[in-house]
Design a protein around this ligand. Structure first.
Ligand code: CP
Ligand code: NVA
Length: 307
């Protein structure tokens, strides 16, 4: 049995297999064919943080695959009153066929997975957001950007930056990460990425200058400067990220047909300007829709790999 906790655990071939599955299921869905790959299965969805896309795409996704989703908000289950992850895992995994969790510490997710009898999916932690990256890569493929792309990530060295590092280093493309000083990705995640890059041929560059990162890029991407749980740091972060907004000046340095991707929610006037956001709304909302298709790919793949 496999879990989907971070792309670190996946090979290039497996990532591409999930993407292919997502593409096929998307094509079927577009034709109005809802193939019940997961007929009668129940997906538990535990949320310790807010969500629009992750919740809707998993809940609609499992329903369209012939199963049902259970939305379990932290405040409504005993987890919120201190029941340990390992006990919650042992209960839920005896009743449900798959579990998706959005939480804070990656170690809590790992603890849940260690005690679960069924596949567990990371729906975002402070460290990683791997299901988002599957949707982002699916979008790149659809826009013909999968052949040796240069991807520029501008902003916070957060869960999205970490996930891009895993994707690029596994698939072998060029990734430039530009953060303000002090907001670089975590050291141990960088070490892993550089190690994977040796095998895949990925080129990973860390910078503190967004212009240098975006120069000639095929894909420019960013994320909020204030992730969930960091609300108290807003004032300081807004100060520290000055000069890191993706605006027309910055975008003009990328290739003429460069994509701009954003996992959303977007904060206009902070990490992205209104103009850039609206000029690229087509691919941004294709990316958001692709959460549904990518999630289905992940769930069906995990189901196929049950022992
Ligand atoms: N991108 C993303 O995960 O969105 P939500 O927080 O709305 O789920
Ligand atoms: N980095 C953001 C991503 C939201 C989808 C957060 O963790 O809040």
């Amino acid at each position: 049995m496999r879990h989907f906790l971070t792309l670190k655990d996946y090979t290039k071939e497996e990532i591409l297999e999930i993407i292919k599955l997502a593409q096929n299921i998307k094509a079927e869905t577009k034709r109005g064919e809802y193939v019940p790959y997961l007929e009668g299965q129940t997906l538990a969805m535990i949320f310790e943080k807010s969500s629009t896309r992750t919740r809707v795409s998993f809940e609609v996704g499992i329903y369209q695959l012939g199963g049902i989703g259970l939305f379990l908000s932290k405040n409504d289950i005993q987890l919120g009153r201190g029941e340990p992850m390992r006990d919650t895992a042992r209960v839920i995994s005896r009743m449900c066929d798959m579990v998706m969790i959005r939480t804070y510490a990656q170690s809590d997710l790992e603890e849940f997975a260690a005690y679960s009898k069924v596949p567990v999916i990371n729906g975002l932690t402070d460290e990683y957001h791997p299901v988002q990256l599957m949707a982002d890569y699916l979008t790149m493929v659809e826009y013909g950007k999968e052949k040796d792309p240069i991807v520029a990530y501008v902003g916070d060295g957060n869960n999205m930056a970490h996930s891009w590092l895993m994707l690029a280093s596994k698939l072998g493309f060029e990734l430039r990460v530009a953060t303000p000083k002090g907001y670089e990705p975590k050291e141990e995640i960088l070490e892993d990425a550089f190690e994977f890059a040796k095998q895949s041929g990925a080129k990973i560059t860390l910078l503190n200058d967004p212009k240098e990162a975006v120069e000639d890029a095929d894909v420019v991407t960013t994320d909020t400067w204030i992730s969930m749980g960091q609300e108290d740091e807003k004032e300081k972060r807004v100060r520290d990220f000055k000069g890191f907004m993706v605006d027309n000046n910055l975008m003009s340095l990328a290739k003429d047909d460069a994509l701009f991707l954003h996992c959303l929610p977007a904060y206009r006037g902070y990490e992205v300007s209104e103009e850039v956001f609206e000029a690229h709304e087509k691919e941004i909302f294709d990316e958001a829709e692709n959460r549904l298709h990518a999630q289905k790919g992940v769930m069906v793949w995990l189901d196929k790999h049950r022992k």
